[in-house]
Design a protein around this ligand. Structure first.
Ligand SMILES: *Cc1c(COP(=O)(O)O)cnc(C)c1O
Length: 469
């Protein structure tokens, strides 16, 4: 009898199929070959019939995308969600990214045909948004901005910092370790809960490179506490001729009434900080970037340092950052300022549409099937996330579903990340544009429909709140 494996189509035949060639236009040849080989191997092992190889290859090649990152609808209520890539970009920033993807005049003056300052437009947009700054520099991220500042100002010298500000924020970011890696020595002052201007005064001396104030971001010390303010420290620093650097983390350029405790760049500079550091992809709502704002002389020193080249921002970042600052309101700002009454109206509409499809009462006829009374609208506080506004609740509403819906929601298309909390699956629409409400409804319908069918319940997953920063 003929070995059925001899009937497995050959690689060149499969690669030449019109449907495969069409799909392969957006894939590399090694990726296509890998998919083909994998399916041929399955046929050799007898897992699929030789006759099915062609259709399997066409299906696999058509389904494969060049980037495997999946868009996610963020129904957690956490605005700056680290596990979801922090800030979603504004429409203007998305367009700018696409335009900057080709050749662009990032370092060229088209009028004269000569080289120009890299990222001049992003710098100008930052200065327009934060006029308190004399100059600005954009680098790869907030951590890079801090490394550049402490290296340029304090390598071989001391960084004076309050003991209560030696923070760890999210995976792999321990401020003391980062600073130690620059060759600067940490000079800790005060205690975990109380630090006074006099503690800094006693520490300042000939070996001081800079004084660093760090916003603790994702935690708060309360009770018996004291800290030296930027205003208090700026006088001291000026007397000693030492720069005062403030790492704000969050990236607010101006105060936001929703977050009264959150420091902002304009305020910190007005209070006397010489240099302010912030992230681009937290509350600013832009791309990953480290922003340095402040005195022109210090920015120039940082820009001249050899390390600046190692942490420089790419053209995509510069384009998206400029557009974030000059274009329409970014999604982060919209989510932060969402009207609770409007969130409630959207949640009620979603719940009503879901209930319509379900049998009355708590459960349906099929095992696992739920009934309309299992869908509730509940008060739900959103969070800033990303190390901003620690502990500040953002009042809003959520649709509560049975916890078993969480897995199917995450693995559906589009993927929806709910918040799993106290045994329920919560859909908070704060971070979802209302133009996507219909997609959330469709995803929830299909997740709930799956619950009645056996073997479709995924793991509920984690809380959905993500890493702190
Ligand atoms: C988030 C944060 C950083 C790190 O910024 P990245 O952009 O994540 O590198 C540094 N300092 C503070 C206070 C922060 O909150």
């Amino acid at each position: 009898m003929e070995d059925p494996r001899r009937r497995i189509p050959r690689t060149d035949h499969l690669l030449a199929l019109p449907a495969v060639r069409a799909a392969a236009e957006s894939l590399s040849l090694p990726v296509v070959r890998g998919l083909v080989r994998g399916i041929q191997d399955r046929a050799r092992r007898g897992e699929i019939a030789p006759a099915a190889v062609e259709s399997e290859v066409i299906a696999a090649v058509s389904a494969r995308r060049a980037s495997s990152l999946s868009p996610v609808l963020n129904a957690t209520g956490v605005v700056v969600h680290t596990n979801l890539g922090r800030a979603p970009l504004s429409d203007a920033a998305r367009q700018a990214l696409a335009q900057a993807a080709g050749y662009v005049d990032v370092e060229l003056d088209l009028a004269t045909g000569t080289r120009s300052g890299r990222g001049a437009a992003a710098r100008a947009a930052l200065l327009a948004a934060c006029p308190a700054a004399e100059d600005a520099l954009v680098v790869n991220n907030g951590a890079a901005a801090l490394v550049l500042a402490t290296t340029a100002l304090a390598a071989g010298a001391e960084v004076v910092v309050g003991r209560g500000e030696l923070i760890e924020i999210g995976a792999g970011f321990r401020l003391p370790d980062l600073i130690a890696s620059t060759g600067a020595r940490l000079h800790e002052v005060g205690t975990t809960n109380r630090t006074y201007p006099a503690d800094y005064a006693a520490a300042l001396g000939a070996v001081t490179g800079c004084v660093l104030k760090v916003h603790p971001s994702n935690f708060r010390v309360s009770g018996f506490t004291a800290e030296a303010t930027i205003t208090e420290l700026s006088g001291l620093c000026r007397e000693h001729g030492v720069p005062l650097v403030a790492d704000l983390g969050s990236g607010l350029l101006a105060p936001d009434p929703v977050l009264p405790e959150e420091p902002d760049a304009a305020g910190a500079l007005a209070a006397g900080a010489d240099l302010v550091i912030a992230s681009g992809d937290k509350l600013l709502g832009g791309p990953q970037a480290g922003l340095l704002l402040g005195r022109a002389e210090l920015i120039a020193r940082l820009a001249r340092h050899p390390l600046a080249r190692a942490v420089r921002a790419d053209k995509l970042t510069l384009a998206a950052l400029e557009a974030t600052l000059t274009g329409g309101e970014p999604p982060v700002a919209r989510a932060l300022h969402a009207d609770p009454a409007e969130l409630r109206r959207r949640a009620e509409a979603l719940a009503a549409a879901l209930r319509e499809t379900l049998p009355d009462g708590p459960a349906g006829d099929r095992p696992g099937e739920i009934g309309s009374s299992a869908i509730e609208v509940v008060a739900h506080d959103g969070r800033v996330g990303g190390g901003g506004g620690a502990g500040v609740p953002l009042p809003g509403w959520a649709v509560a579903l049975p916890v078993a819906a969480a897995g199917p929601l995450r693995t559906g298309t589009p993927a929806v990340l709910p918040r799993v909390h106290e045994g329920r699956c919560l859909l908070d629409l704060r971070c979802i544009p209302d133009s996507d409400d219909a997609r959330v409804l469709a995803a929830a319908l299909s997740a709930l429909a799956g619950l009645g069918a056996p073997g479709t319940n995924g793991a509920p997953g984690t809380d959905g709140a993500g890493e702190p920063a």
